[in-house]
Design a protein around this ligand. Sequence first.
Ligand SMILES: [Zn+2]
Length: 122
Amino acid sequence: NPTCRLCRLHPETASHIFTQCSFATRFWIRPSRLCQLRLVASSSPNATNLFSWWRREVRHSSGVGRLKINTLIVLVCWFIWLERNRCVFNDMQRSEQQLCYLAIDELADWKLAGFKGAALIR
Ligand SMILES: [Zn+2]
């Protein structure tokens, strides 16, 4: 089925799932606030695909800030992808808040594993 399983409204494309889907958009807001970063992907009319959006977000940072943003983007995209797969293969879906708590737990594990990018996000 080519329809996005997270919102059940739009065709499933990479750009849609990660930056435009209403579920993903709501999920992005919480981690961005927690990490004191401004990463609201769908707010930009130029966010036509994931990679151009990612490059745009990273372009305005350097060094530690860039590592922090890249870490957050990877973390959030990973959890959106896991949730998409959970919907497709198990026909189950968590709320954005539940997914956020899981992502925070994952981030703690990344910190324990010694990943520098994760240690930057508080
Ligand atoms: Zn969607």
